[in-house]
Design a binder for this molecule. Structure first.
Ligand code: GLA
Length: 376
């Protein structure tokens, strides 16, 4: 049976915080425990994903990939079993070339053998990345090889394609990928968050069940720390920016992969990531990616996401550096301008009231409002 990913995958990936060689077995298992204890698992964050540098360069006597024995002494099967015992799913990383991005062993030419091993270890998600390819490489072909190997592996493994170019939307679904990165690496800054989000807005038409646009793993809660936190001089995003980041990922039907150190999650960060009203929008069963409303004369950035049952989620984002009054109007969404619409404020968890013709919303720089709208 082929894998069915009806709503965007949710979970955590090690890269944005731990980065290159800074994750070990102890920290990983503690993260698994924290995911369960802090309510992330029960909110839907199920995939616990180990990214690059888990393996050494080279293979064992059987030609298999080898987990770095210094950092993962018990091996990957042990980790997979532990994650499963806590009711979560196991994600692992591999490279489509001869080396991964971080110079570890790649899978090229060994796809079937590696896919079999991943299945044996209990892997549920494979992030397949492209490092150091020779010029002229047929990239879709590399992914097609692993897609086929996964289908023959005997286990349902979500195939997460990572090749940071927006054009991948033309072929990723056809190689069997279930999600695909659209751009280069995110970092913990407003400029980066809004850049990758806007990039994803242009390709919403390809997203849906079994194939999701991936703007990248989230940076919420890094606060200038860790791999993707320090890149930008360690300033990090503000809390309002993290809130907008989360709202955008939910509206874009993006995979929700947390990136911070879950073990030390601050309450205000947990509040953002555990917002059930926003998660519901992300996980809506229609699986439609939010689309941009035509910009009014003042260039308002407003997304609309049709939801199962006829509701529409609206997200207004002030992407300018000054406070801004924005106009929400629903006549581009299939409703009449004269319709009366009830708005539920999904960030503050309260009723915003009933409106006819639309409404004004005033927002601080880089902040957002999200409404779940119902025609009355
Ligand atoms: C690339 C990917 C990142 C991460 C690193 C690991 O840069 O885009 O998400 O997986 O490789 O080396």
């Amino acid at each position: 049976m082929a894998i069915q990913i009806k709503t965007p995958p949710m979970g955590w990936n090690h890269w944005n915080y731990f980065g290159w060689e800074h994750l070990d077995e102890k920290a990983l298992l503690e993260t698994v425990d924290a995911m369960a204890e802090k309510g992330f698992r029960d909110a839907g964050y199920k995939y616990v994903c180990i990214d690059d540098t888990w393996m050494i360069r080279g293979r064992d006597e059987n030609g298999d990939l080898v987990a770095d024995p210094r950092r993962f002494p018990s091996g990957m099967k042990y980790i997979g079993d532990y994650i499963h015992s806590k009711g979560m799913l196991f994600g692992l990383y591999a490279g489509a070339g001869v080396l991964t991005y971080a110079n570890c062993e790649g899978s090229y030419g060994r796809e079937r053998q590696d896919a079999k091993k991943f299945a044996e270890w209990g892997v549920d998600l494979l992030k397949y990345d492209c490092g150091y390819l020779a010029p002229g490489t047929d990239v879709p072909h590399l992914f097609r090889r692993m897609g086929q190997a996964l289908r023959e592996s005997g286990r349902d493994i979500l195939f997460s394609g990572c090749y940071g170019h927006t054009e991948v939307v033309d072929w990723m679904r056809s190689v069997g990928a279930n999600m695909w990165r659209l751009s280069g690496d995110i970092n913990d800054s407003w400029a980066s968050v809004i850049r990758v989000a806007k990039n994803a807005m242009g390709v919403g038409h390809v997203a849906g069940a079994n194939g999701w646009n991936d703007p990248d793993m989230m940076v919420i809660g890094l606060e200038g720390e860790g791999w993707a936190g320090r890149v930008n001089g360690g300033n990090g995003c503000t809390l309002a920016e993290y809130q907008t980041h989360f709202a955008l990922w939910c509206m874009l039907a993006a995979p929700l992969l947390m990136g911070h150190d879950v073990r030390t999650t601050k309450p205000e960060i947990a509040e953002i990531l555990l917002n059930r009203e926003l998660i519901e929008i992300n996980q809506d069963s229609l699986g439609i990616q939010g689309y941009l409303l035509p910009a009014m004369s003042n260039g308002d950035l407003i997304l609309a996401k049709p939801l199962d049952g006829g509701d529409i989620a609206f997200c207004l984002v002030n992407d300018t550096d000054a406070r801004k009054k924005m106009i929400l109007s629903w006549h581009y969404c299939g409703w009449e301008v004269t319709d009366t619409v009830y708005l539920r404020d999904c960030i503050n968890h309260k009723d915003a009231g009933e409106f006819t013709c639309g409404t004004f919303v005033e927002l601080d720089p880089h902040s957002c409002a999200v409404y779940r709208a119902k025609r009355v």
